[in-house]
Design a protein around this ligand. Structure first.
Ligand code: FES
Ligand code: FE2
Length: 388
């Protein structure tokens, strides 16, 4: 079994093996990942305050399903499969909207925001129809860090273990992330990247900084220790904030002053530091003293992934940006450049995954060994289906 040698260096080498190229190109493997990972685990889908009023809804893709996320009349957020209980047409046919009820455009079955069937042509002449049973099919919803997370599993994995547990492994304790008050921050900028690469290449890229000196000149200027290739995520859960360079005033594209207040509750050891964590399977969180950069990924195919990146600031900062009194573009530009540099590298890697030269996979250097932990997890989840 390949998994056995993941813990072992290649014979006579300090390198560890990776999965074979097929893991990144095979539609069957991707289908298994959709089923076992994205349609089972907790996925972070949207910012809760983007549904700012009852009746406001958005559609999102989770695994192979389309999901409606809606703020109900009680102001709680619920989510449903976007599938009409009558004959299956998409109920919501736009990316977002605001309605008092959700009405299917085929035969006008109409659902309350809370999911039950409330009206349909001739429904009163069919009193035996159970309106809950023929309502929209719900999915599990949690809110955390100001985001809506959904799980399509019948019996979802424990949110505390799977999501909060991952954060505490990386951040030391889950309270450390609370210091940033992400829930109360506001969105100043969001960018969507259509990346022609397998989702695992994007995660693996995010987990290591061996590439930082080569492709991220602006970032290594701000955080000089990354020029040595050390990632801020280390094996075994070691917590490590990466310090700003001595000449650096803030996490901006040129290291100049951001003009922004620090987030008020960060701890002394979070000042002038950057922290990063990956919450499997599709979230990356980056924190700096005056803002938070929050990525979520939506795999589309074995070779294409949509990545949405949000830049979150204090509400008063966003108000001043909207009033034209403050400019956060230098803060945004730093990670936008990093994203573009990273995604270009991933896109230039993807075609090689189907090359004969990569049929036995590649290698991880010692500073990338925690990617081996990700691979071990992947093998464990997919079981025989991953046996490439
Ligand atoms: S399919 Fe939706 S009302 Fe018929
Ligand atoms: Fe990078």
């Amino acid at each position: 079994m390949i998994i056995d040698h993941l813990d072992q260096p290649l014979p006579g080498s300090s390198l560890h093996p990776t999965p074979s190229g097929r893991a990144y190109t095979d539609p069957e493997i991707f289908r298994a990942e959709q089923a076992e990972i994205f349609e089972t685990m907790w996925n972070c889908v949207l910012r809760a305050d983007s549904l700012d009023q009852p009746g406001r809804w958005k559609t999102v893709t989770v695994g192979r399903e389309e999901i409606i996320v809606v703020r109900t009349r009680t102001a709680w957020i619920q989510a449903y499969y976007n599938v009409c209980a009558h004959r299956g047409m998409r109920v919501c046919t736009a990316p977002e909207g605001k309605n008092r009820t959700l009405q299917c455009g085929y035969h006008a079955w109409t659902y309350a925001l809370e999911g039950e069937l409330v009206a349909a042509p001739n429904l009163t002449s069919m009193p035996d129809v159970n309106r809950q049973q023929y309502g929209l099919t719900p999915v599990h919803v949690r809110q955390w860090l100001g985001y809506v997370w959904v799980s399509l599993a019948q019996d979802p994995p424990s949110f505390d273990e799977e999501v909060l547990g991952e954060v505490s492994t990386r951040f030391g304790e889950v309270e450390s992330i609370d210091n940033y008050g992400i829930e109360d921050l506001r969105l100043a900028e969001s960018k969507t990247y259509d990346v022609r690469a397998n989702w695992k290449l994007i995660i693996e890229n995010f987990m290591e900084c061996y590439h930082c000196a080569t492709i991220h000149p602006e970032l290594t200027e701000v955080i000089p220790e990354w020029a040595d290739g050390l990632a801020s995520q280390r094996a075994g859960g070691e917590v490590h904030g990466s310090g700003f360079g001595e000449e650096i005033a803030a996490f901006t594209v040129d290291g100049s002053e951001s003009g922004l207040p620090e987030l008020p509750s960060i701890a002394p050891d979070q000042e002038r530091k950057y922290y990063a964590i990956t919450v499997k399977p599709q979230v990356f969180i980056n924190t700096v003293p005056d803002h938070v950069i929050f990525h979520r990924m939506f795999p589309v195919s074995e070779s294409r992934t949509i990545v949405v990146c949000d830049w979150l600031f204090l509400p008063e900062v966003v108000e001043r940006v909207e009033a034209g009194e403050l400019d956060v573009s230098r803060s945004v530009e730093l990670f936008d450049r990093v994203n573009l540099q990273d995604f270009e590298a991933c896109e230039l890697t993807q075609p090689s995954m189907s090359s004969k030269a990569y049929r036995h996979g590649g290698a991880l250097v010692p500073s990338e060994h925690h990617i081996g932990e990700f691979h071990a997890w992947w093998y464990q989840v997919l079981g025989e289906q991953a046996d490439t």
